[in-house]
Design a protein around this ligand. Structure first.
Ligand code: NAD
Length: 392
């Protein structure tokens, strides 16, 4: 099969097996070139391990720290007529490299919110790895089935309190235009908290604790984005921001309830960048195209792997990492400092349909977007016939 990108709206509906594997290899090469982590965790569980920040976390733990990794993801396998999802091929690529390097790696593909998947993780840990000393929680999902009631909750990306009129960039139509986003109602806010808040993170830690699979001083982190004025109305102070606030509650509750094991639970605040999850958020493609331009000029641009390698070296491998006033591991100062935000705001105010491609780094954004699905990766022959049926 010859695989070319099929883009529909903010998503690409297929993925390139060879390109995804090459992109995983590039990330592995990056962390290996940075050098080995000191005080690295040895047994790492990554929930949401197949793409974006979770994949970068798994690569860093394994290839810079030498860790055994158990990954959890929700990806579609290929058929002989349709490619698998990018996360499927990334995971296959990761397994190939881990096995070549002699690193233990297993991945469970299924619904992380379910009791069944949690039990499978417990069984696998008991059989193969033993207690974990780091649990990364990196899920991004539009829905969650409550494991007790079977009720399905859906997350919404809407402002809270009042409607919000702003600029956005439609990646499908190549158009900068105004949008007005209606505010969420109370039910939509609550449902978003159910999906993207901290409840499931706590359930994971409870399940691991009950099975006696948390090592003493085990660390766990869930990822958030804390932006500034430009993104607050659609992120920080919006439905997703309300869900992310719930992570702070969950972190405190995990520390309290697992104090006998001295578990350290942190919310890590990471920078905004192109992933499958962020492409779906209105306004974010425009904001990210502008920050790419500014941060590349400033020499501070980072992708998932660079940001996560820094999170591990600066924070997660420190016995008492420095936290911000909210108790979070704050990694996006280079994006959210006042001087950088002022430059982005200036571009934001000027940007129109006519000057968008000059003022922004949309070329960089689009390249990164294609790369998420294994396209536009250097060294890959996209005219070659490839077998989509890749397993791990
Ligand atoms: P992503 O879409 O690249 O990754 C999501 C992961 O979750 C994938 O591995 C997917 O398979 C897995 N997943 C989704 N639903 C699942 C389910 N039901 N069961 C098992 N696995 C499931 O997203 P990302 O951008 O890397 O986001 C990860 C976290 O980082 C999110 O909490 C997000 O809010 C946060 N974050 C993202 C950004 C950004 O700019 N992208 C910035 C800061 C924080």
């Amino acid at each position: 099969m010859i695989v070319k990108p099929k883009i529909r709206g903010f998503i690409c509906t297929n993925a390139h097996p060879v390109g995804c594997a090459a992109s995983v290899r590039q990330q592995i090469e990056y962390v290996k070139a940075q050098g080995a982590l000191k005080n690295a965790p040895k047994n790492v569980l990554v929930i949401g391990s197949s793409t974006g920040y979770g994949l970068a976390s798994r690569i860093t733990a394994a290839f810079a720290g030498g860790a055994n990794t158990l990954g959890v993801c929700f990806e579609k396998p290929p058929t002989d007529r349709k490619t698998g999802t990018a996360g499927w091929y990334n995971t296959a690529g990761f397994h190939t490299e881990a096995s070549a390097a002699g690193l233990y790696a297993k991945t469970l593909n299924g619904d992380a919110f379910s009791k069944e998947l949690k039990q499978q993780v417990i069984d696998t840990l008991k059989a193969d790895m033993g207690k974990v000393d780091l649990v990364i929680y990196s899920l991004a999902s539009p829905r969650r089935t409550d494991p007790e009631t079977g009720e399905v909750y859906k997350s919404t990306l809407k402002p809270v309190g009042q409607a919000y009129k702003t600029k956005t960039y439609d990646t499908d139509k190549d158009q900068v235009h105004e949008i007005e986003l209606e505010p969420a109602n109370q039910d939509e806010i609550q449902q978003t908290i159910k999906v993207m808040g901290g409840e499931d993170w706590e359930l994971w830690l409870d399940a691991l604790d009950e099975a006696d699979l948390l090592a003493d001083n085990c660390k766990t982190t869930a990822y958030t984005y804390v932006g500034k004025e430009l993104t607050w109305p659609i992120y920080g102070q919006a439905t997703i921001g309300k869900a992310k606030e719930d992570l702070d509650r969950a972190a405190a509750s995990i520390v309290k309830t697992k104090s006998d094991k001295k578990v350290q639970a942190y919310v890590s605040s990471l920078k905004a960048l192109v992933t499958q999850a962020s492409s779906a958020i209105p306004v974010m493609p425009l904001y990210i195209s502008l920050i790419y331009k500014v941060m590349k000029q400033e020499g501070t641009h980072q992708g998932c792997i660079e940001q996560i390698y820094d999170l591990f070296t600066d924070k997660l491998t420190q016995s008492k990492p420095e936290v911000d006033e909210m108790g979070r591991l704050y990694m996006n100062t280079k994006e959210t400092n006042d001087a950088t935000q002022a430059k982005i705001k200036q571009l934001w105010d000027q940007v129109t349909q006519d000057n968008f491609h000059d003022l922004s780094d949309y070329a960089g954004y689009h390249h990164e977007f294609l790369k998420l699905f294994g396209f536009d990766v250097a060294g890959v022959d996209y005219d070659a016939d490839v077998n989509p049926l890749v397993e791990w």
